[in-house]
Design a protein around this ligand. Structure first.
Ligand SMILES: CC(C)(COP(=O)(O)OP(=O)(O)OC[C@H]1O[C@@H](n2cnc3c(N)ncnc32)[C@H](O)[C@@H]1OP(=O)(O)O)[C@@H](O)C(=O)NCCC(=O)NCCS
Length: 116
């Protein structure tokens, strides 16, 4: 996620309220994503695949998994703060970009959402 920053940089104060998913490839944790429900509306955060394991379909597997999970939970919406340079990735799953944008930690972000 932020390979040049200390481990604490990826911790969130809300982590204990989250549902955390990990993808293991050859017994190695290779991808993560976390879901944060607020009623029927879910946010996902910290989607990341190890640099050496990117472009192998793991990010897609994680997204497919949390989309199914949200449907089973009867979520009405899933949203995220997407890095602008990753928004094409989210379009593939049906997310639409909103007008909400901001700049943080050296990246431009846009809020993206998907209704169920
Ligand atoms: C974004 C990320 C999670 C994608 O995971 P991944 O395992 O590399 O993605 P996949 O292999 O499942 O790629 C699926 C498709 O999305 C495309 N894709 C992957 N990353 C992309 C990106 N950043 N922008 C646009 N398209 C992307 C792939 O080219 C592939 O396209 P194809 O199906 O047409 O070949 C991963 O690259 C990553 O961890 N990046 C650094 C952290 C980050 O940016 N997290 C997202 C913050 S919003």
């Amino acid at each position: 996620m932020y390979p040049d920053m200390p481990f604490d940089a990826v911790k969130l104060k809300d982590d204990f309220e989250g549902i955390h998913f990990g993808l293991y490839a050859d017994h190695k944790l290779s991808g993560v994503v976390s879901l944060f429900p607020q009623g029927d509306v879910y946010q996902f955060r910290k989607l990341a695949v190890l640099p050496a394991a990117q472009k192998l379909g793991y990010g897609t597997k994680l997204m497919d998994y949390i989309l199914d999970f949200c449907k089973i939970q009867k979520a009405t919406e899933l949203w995220c703060n997407a890095r602008v340079n990753a928004k094409e990735f989210y379009f593939k799953f049906g997310f639409r970009e909103t007008d909400d944008t901001f700049f943080k930690d050296g990246f431009d972000f846009v809020v993206m959402e998907l209704g169920f």
